[in-house]
Design a protein around this ligand. Structure first.
Ligand code: ADP
Ligand code: MG
Length: 318
């Protein structure tokens, strides 16, 4: 190929697609207090990493800071997803790069159905600039003339011959996909029409986070204590849902306080975080060790105040 010139502009150290989520020496403050004190961690697509640690060690701080929650300020270090610096992007742009956060305490949105909520999130993912449905649709629910959205999924209905409203084929397709995903996750189809987390049990809330993950197809999903407050049957249901989504395209950072859920979701790597730092990483056997020994043996002398008040209370995290 004598006439072909190959561009070679990327250096060997440039982060690339296969790198997944790469966090280096991350420092995060909340209300002026430093919570994460230089944390490094990498999760590739296809891997499951468990992040364990006592309450208050900074697990939720990490995932919220990575998702762009404005309460958490990144004061140092880097975080990239497949080579893209996510630390300066607004949360919806981070989602577009392929990051997802399943919340520890999901909020209820009375009046908004699960089906419409997830559809809005999908529209936002495929839309270059829109920030909300209000940016996309006018008061009558039609796609605005200057909307950057693809009109198909955003348009609630279209008017067929003779002025008769027909249901939009893109929305039909979406509903079919949603129902198929609910069925795959062994969730009742009535979930689609219920209001988001309104009157949901703890287990239903966490399963809705898994449903969102399934529909939005992130590259890296962070799940913040998908097991907290659940009885053992609910933990197994959530775990089965997560397992059904495992595959080479999805990397998972599974945050948990207890080893229990890791009996059902086998992690490739386990990290232990204490006081804003990773103090130990290992294979799945590290979680077993923690179950037997607790976290105390990993607390080291540099951790001045040795009280994280961590006791094995099943529903203690309020
Ligand atoms: P974990 O998820 O490991 O239990 P967190 O990240 O929730 O730990 O908390 C770590 C520390 O940061 C705690 O001291 C907590 O009080 C503080 N913190 C976390 N989020 C907030 C917040 N939104 N406002 C004030 N303090 C916070
Ligand atoms: Mg937490």
């Amino acid at each position: 190929m004598a006439n072909t010139t190959v561009e070679n502009s990327t250096s060997a150290s440039t982060p690339v697609a296969g790198d997944g989520l790469v966090i280096k020496d991350l420092h995060v403050s909340v209300e002026g207090q430093e919570i994460l004190k230089g944390l490094s961690l990498s999760v590739r697509q296809g891997e499951v990493h468990a992040l364990m640690g006592p309450n208050g060690s900074g697990k939720s701080t990490l995932v919220n800071a990575l998702m762009g929650n404005p309460s958490y300020t990144i004061t140092g270090g880097t975080a990239t997803l497949n080579g893209v610096d996510i630390t300066t992007l607004p949360p919806d742009e981070r989602a577009k790069v392929g990051l997802f956060l399943g919340f520890q305490y999901p909020s209820a949105i009375p009046g908004v159905s699960v089906a419409n909520f997830i559809r809005t999130a999908l529209i936002s993912l495929i839309t270059p600039k829109a920030r909300s449905e209000a940016d996309l649709l006018d008061a009558e629910g039609r796609v605005k003339a200057d909307s950057p959205a693809k009109p198909d999924l955003a348009a609630p209905t279209y008017v067929g011959r003779g002025g008769v409203a027909r249901s939009n084929p893109a929305i039909k397709e979406y509903r079919k996909n949603l129902l198929a995903t609910l069925s795959m996750l062994k969730m009742d189809s009535s979930f689609a029409t219920r209001y988001v987390n309104d009157g949901f049990s703890g287990g239903e809330k966490k399963r809705l986070e898994v449903l969102q993950m399934a529909m939005l197809k992130p590259k890296i999903a962070m799940l913040d204590e998908p097991d907290s407050g659940l009885d053992i049957d609910a933990v197994r249901e959530v775990a089965a849902g997560v397992n059904s989504l495992r595959g080479p395209q999805l990397g998972i950072l599974l945050v948990t306080h207890y080893q229990r859920i890791l009996n059902y979701i086998k992690p490739d790597v386990v990290h232990v975080m204490i006081k804003g730092r990773i103090v130990q990483s290992g294979g799945a056997e590290l979680a077993k060790e923690l179950e037997e020994k607790g976290y105390d043996w990993l607390r080291t002398d540099f951790m001045d105040d040795a009280e994280t008040g961590d006791t094995e209370v099943e529903h203690g995290d309020a």
